[in-house]
Design a binder for this molecule. Structure first.
Ligand SMILES: Nc1ncnc2c1ncn2[C@@H]1O[C@H](COP(=O)(O)OP(=O)(O)OP(=O)(O)O)[C@@H](O)[C@H]1O
Ligand SMILES: [Mg+2]
Length: 373
C-alpha cells in the first residue's frame, strides 16, 4: 500500500487535518472582497490552506489567482509572475486557447500569453510583455487591468500572493506603495501570506507603511492535538493498517503538532513495522532527524558564530533573556552584537518572541541542536 503521508503541499482533495474555522473564514472574506494576511512559521500549511480555500471560492463561481512571490528579484519579475498567475487563473476557469472563450482577455494587454505543447500532451502557459513597456510601468499597467477586470467581470476575484513579504527586497518601498495604491481601488479580495512573520507583520501593522491596517489578519497555530492524533490514525486506517491511539498521540506530541513534521514522522513510521508501538515512534523520529540534518546544517552554516551560539543557547534554555549576564557567560557571548544577532534570527523566523519569552520556532530543529551541540 502506498504511504499515505505527504510531505509536500496538499492538494485541495487530499485529507486535511482540522483548519475548518480558518478555511471557512478565508472563503467568507474572499467572497466578500475583503483582504486577509495569513501568517505562520514555515511549513505550517499556509499554501495547502490557500489552495483549499481557493478551490471552494472557485466552486462558488469565483475567479481564483495564485502567485508565489518567493524570492522575487525585481519589479519585472514581480509583474511577470503576477501576469502568469492571472492567465493561469483565467485559463483554469475557461481555457484561453479555445476560440470564442477569450472574452476575459480583452481586459489584459500588458502581457501576451504564449502556449507551448509539453511532452505529456498538455500546454505550458507563459507570458511575454508587449514591446515598449518595462519596469514599474509593467506592474502599474497590469495592476490597472486587474482592477478593471475585478470591477467588470461580474464574479468574485480572489488573488493569493504567497510569500508576499519578499517584495520588500525589490526596492526601498516604491513597489510596496505602488501595489497598495492600485490594490486599494480593486474589487478583488487579496490574500497575503508569508512565513517571515516579523517582516510581513511590520508591513501591515506599522502605521507608516502603505499596507497599514488594510486587511484582516490570521495566524495559523499548530494543529490541535486530538485532531492530529485522529488524522494519523485515519491515514493508517485508510491504508489498511492500524496504529494505537497511544502511538498516534506520541507522534503529535513529539512534533508539537507541527504540520510538516507530523506528516514526515507519519511517513517514516508507516515505512516501519505494521502496528507501530511507542519505541517504533521514537525510532522513526530519529530517522526523521537524520533525514533533516542537511537542512539544519544549511541553516547553521548560514549563521555567524554569534548567531550560532545564540541559537544553541536558546535551544538549551527556551525563554532566556539573551542580554542577561548569565546567558551571555553560559554561551561564551559578549553583550556587543547580541541584539543584532537576535534581530536577524527573528527576521528569519528561526526564533520568535512568545508569552514564554524568546524561543526556537521549530521544535524538531531544537531537538537536533540539543543532540548535536
Ligand atoms: N491541515 C493539515 N493537515 C495535514 N497536513 C498538513 C496540514 N497543513 C499542512 N500540512 C503538511 O505540512 C506541510 C507543509 O504544508 P504547506 O506547504 O502547505 O505549508 P506552508 O506553510 O505553505 O510551507 P512553506 O513555509 O514551505 O511555504 C506539508 O507536508 C503538508 O502535508
Ligand atoms: Mg507555502
Amino acid at each position: 500500500m502506498k504511504n499515505p503521508f505527504r510531505i509536500t503541499t496538499l492538494r485541495p482533495d487530499d485529507p486535511f487535518c482540522d483548519r475548518e474555522r480558518e478555511l471557512e473564514t478565508l472563503v467568507r472574506h474572499g467572497l466578500n472582497g475583503a483582504s486577509v494576511t495569513l501568517f505562520s512559521p514555515r511549513r505550517y500549511g499556509k499554501t495547502s490552506l490557500i489552495l483549499r480555500a481557493q478551490s471552494r471560492i472557485a466552486g462558488q463561481g469565483g475567479y481564483i489567482i495564485y502567485a508565489d512571490l518567493y524570492r522575487v528579484m525585481s519589479v519585472e519579475d514581480l509583474a511577470g509572475r503576477l501576469a502568469k498567475a492571472v492567465y493561469e487563473g483565467l485559463n483554469r476557469h475557461e481555457p484561453l486557447l479555445e476560440k470564442g472563450k477569450r472574452m476575459v482577455m480583452r481586459f489584459f494587454q500588458t502581457y501576451r500569453p504564449t502556449f507551448t505543447p509539453t511532452p505529456d500532451g498538455g500546454v505550458q502557459l507563459d507570458v511575454r510583455p508587449v514591446a515598449g513597456l518595462s519596469g514599474y510601468d509593467l506592474l502599474e499597467n497590469l495592476l490597472a487591468e486587474v482592477g478593471r477586470f475585478s470591477e467588470e467581470c461580474g464574479r468574485p476575484v480572489h488573488i493569493a500572493l504567497d510569500e508576499f513579504q519578499d517584495i520588500v527586497a525589490i526596492d526601498k518601498g516604491r513597489t510596496e506603495a505602488l501595489l497598495r495604491g492600485q490594490m486599494q481601488t480593486h474589487r478583488a479580495a487579496y490574500l497575503f501570506a508569508g512565513s517571515r512573520r516579523r517582516i510581513l507583520r511590520a508591513m501591515f501593522a506599522d502605521d507608516g507603511r502603505p499596507f497599514y491596517n488594510s486587511s484582516f489578519s490570521m495566524e495559523l497555530p499548530p494543529l490541535p492535538h486530538d485532531a492530529l492524533t485522529a488524522y494519523v490514525r485515519d491515514r493508517f486506517a485508510d491504508a489498511g493498517r492500524r496504529i494505537s491511539e497511544q502511538s498516534a498521540a506520541r507522534v503529535s506530541e513529539l512534533v508539537e503538532q507541527y504540520p510538516y513534521y507530523a506528516q514526515m514522522l507519519g511517513y517514516f513510521l508507516f515505512d516501519g513495522p505494521p502496528s507501530p508501538d511507542l519505541e517504533d515512534v521514537g525510532r522513526a523520529f530519529n530517522l526523521m532527524l537524520d533525514n533533516e540534518r542537511y537542512a539544519y546544517q544549511g541553516i547553521i552554516d548560514g549563521l555567524t558564530s554569534v548567531q550560532q551560539a545564540l541559537l544553541i543557547g536558546l535551544a538549551r534554555e527556551p525563554g532566556a533573556k539573551p542580554t542577561s549576564k548569565a546567558f551571555l557567560s553560559a554561551n561564551g557571548l559578549t553583550a556587543g552584537g547580541v541584539q543584532k544577532a537576535v534581530n536577524l534570527l527573528r527576521n528569519q523566523d528561526y526564533v520568535a518572541e512568545t508569552d514564554k519569552g524568546l524561543i526556537l520556532v521549530d521544535p524538531v530543529f531544537r531537538e537536533w541542536l540539543l543532540r548535536f551541540f
